[in-house]
Design a protein around this ligand. Structure first.
Ligand SMILES: *[C@@H]1O[C@H](CO)[C@@H](O)[C@H](O)[C@H]1NC(C)=O
Ligand SMILES: *[C@@H]1O[C@H](CO)[C@@H](O)[C@H](O)[C@H]1NC(C)=O
Length: 354
C-alpha cells in the first residue's frame, strides 16, 4: 500500500525524530467557544429522527496547542487536530505513561507538526453542561467546527499565524465527531484520519461490555457530576471493551488508563450510532482509516477487513485508504503496537504530501 518515497525534510525529521521524543512546548488555555446546533429531543429515552431540540451556548474548552520539537519547514503551517474518544480526555493523545513511546503528540512534534489537542465538551477541564440535552453528537460537531475555524484563522492562544493545512485525527467517539465534520463542513478539513472507527459496528457493544454507569457511583473523582455523566466500571470491563489480548498491552498502561479515565454522557450514548452512519459525499480531501485488528467495536470482519468498505462513504475524496495494525484493540494508543500505528500514520502523511 505504501510507496517508499520520502521527501528529504521528512526523511531528516524521521531520523532526528527518533532521538527527540521529548516534551514539546505547549500553550494550555481555557477558551470560551460558542456554537449552535439541532440536537435530538431525548426525552423519550432514544433519538427519534424527527424529534429535535435546537441548542446553543458558550462553553469553556481546554485547549493544548503544542509546537514542533523538530522544525520541518514544509510543515510549519500544518496543524494536526486531535479528537479523543468517550471516557477519555486529551491524555488519550498525550499520555504521561511512558510518553516517549505512547504520546502521539510527541511523535507528531518530532515530525515537525503543530498539534491542537483538547478535552472534548464534558471531559477533563472543559465545561460539563447538561449531559442529555447539550452533550450530544450534533452540538459537539458544531463546537469542534468552531475550534477548527479559530485554528485556521490563527486565533488560538499560543500561535498567531493562520494554519494552511489542517489534518484531523479522531479516535472512536472523536472519529464519529470527525465523520460528521467532513459530512457537514467538508471545507474545514484537508485530511481526515479515523482511528478506532468504521461505519459498521462489530460484536462488542461497548456500553454493556465496559459496563458504563453513572460516573459519580463509580469513581470519587466524579462525585459531583449529575447522573447523565457515565464512565466504565473498572479495569477489567475497560480492557474487555477497549483492549486486545492480554499480551498486546503493558498491564501498567491499562492501570494508567483506568486511573485517568474520564466520562461520556447519556446524550453521547444515544446519538453515537447515528453519528457513525453519516456519509460525506462532498468531502474532497484525503481519508485514512486505521484500526487495531482486535477492535471488537468496529471490526465486523476477521482482520478488520471491513475497513475496505469505508471508501464508499467518501465518494468525492482525493484518496481513501486504510490500514490494520496487528495486535491492537480499540484503544490503539495504549497498546504495545501504538508506535507502529503512529509510524503507519506518518508514512501515509508523507505519501499524501502533509
Ligand atoms: C415522529 O415521531 C412521533 C413519535 O415521537 C411519531 O408518532 C410520528 O409518526 C413521527 N413522525 C414522522 C414523520 O416520522
Ligand atoms: C470488575 O467488575 C466485574 C463485574 O462487576 C467483576 O467481575 C470484576 O472482578 C471487576 N474487576 C476488577 C478489576 O475490579
Amino acid at each position: 500500500m505504501y510507496t517508499s518515497f520520502l521527501s528529504l525534510s521528512a526523511l531528516l525529521a524521521a531520523v532526528l525524530g527518533s532521538a527527540t521524543h521529548h516534551a514539546p512546548q505547549c500553550t494550555e488555555s481555557l477558551v470560551p467557544i460558542t456554537a449552535s446546533a439541532t440536537n435530538f429531543d431525548l426525552s423519550s429515552g432514544s433519538a427519534p429522527p424527527n424529534a429535535t431540540l435546537p441548542v446553543s451556548g458558550t462553553f469553556d474548552i481546554h485547549l493544548r496547542l503544542c509546537a514542533p520539537t523538530v522544525p520541518v519547514p514544509s510543515r510549519a503551517r500544518t496543524l494536526q487536530v486531535l479528537i479523543h474518544g468517550a471516557s477519555c480526555n486529551e491524555e488519550y493523545w498525550d499520555s504521561t505513561f511512558k510518553p516517549e513511546t505512547y504520546s502521539y503528540v510527541r511523535h507528531a512534534a518530532a515530525q515537525g507538526y503543530w498539534t491542537l489537542n483538547f478535552a472534548r465538551l464534558g471531559d477533563g477541564e472543559s465545561a460539563r453542561p447538561d449531559g442529555i440535552d447539550i452533550v450530544q453528537v450534533p452540538f459537539e460537531v458544531a463546537l469542534v467546527s468552531e475550534i477548527i475555524k479559530l485554528a485556521r484563522a490563527g486565533r488560538l492562544p499560543g500561535e498567531h499565524s493562520s494554519f494552511e493545512k489542517v489534518v484531523i485525527l479522531g479516535h472512536s467517539f472523536g472519529s464519529i465527531t470527525l465523520n460528521n465534520i467532513v459530512a457537514t463542513a467538508p471545507d474545514l478539513v484537508d485530511a481526515a484520519i479515523f482511528t478506532g472507527f468504521a461505519h459498521t459496528f462489530g460484536p462488542t457493544d461497548p456500553i454493556t461490555v465496559a459496563k458504563f454507569g453513572p460516573a459519580r457511583d463509580i469513581d470519587p473523582r466524579f462525585a459531583d457530576l449529575p447522573p447523565a455523566y457515565l464512565t466504565t466500571l473498572n479495569a477489567s470491563t475497560r480492557a474487555a471493551a477497549f483492549y486486545g489480548a492480554p499480551d498486546s498491552y503493558e498491564p501498567d498502561a491499562l492501570a494508567w488508563d483506568e486511573a485517568h479515565k474520564d466520562t461520556t454522557t447519556t446524550g453521547e450514548v444515544l446519538t453515537f450510532q447515528g453519528g457513525a452512519a453519516a456519509e460525506a459525499p462532498s468531502f474532497t480531501g484525503d481519508v485514512f482509516t486505521i484500526n487495531g485488528d482486535a477492535d471488537g467495536i468496529f471490526c465486523t470482519k476477521p482482520g478488520c477487513a471491513n475497513l475496505a468498505d469505508e471508501a464508499k462513504f467518501y465518494p468525492a475524496a482525493r484518496s481513501a485508504e486504510f490500514a490494520v495494525i496487528p495486535g491492537a484493540g480499540h484503544s490503539v494508543n495504549f497498546h504495545i503496537a501504538a508506535p507502529a500505528a503512529y509510524g503507519a500514520i506518518q508514512r501515509w502523511l508523507n505519501e499524501h504530501g502533509y
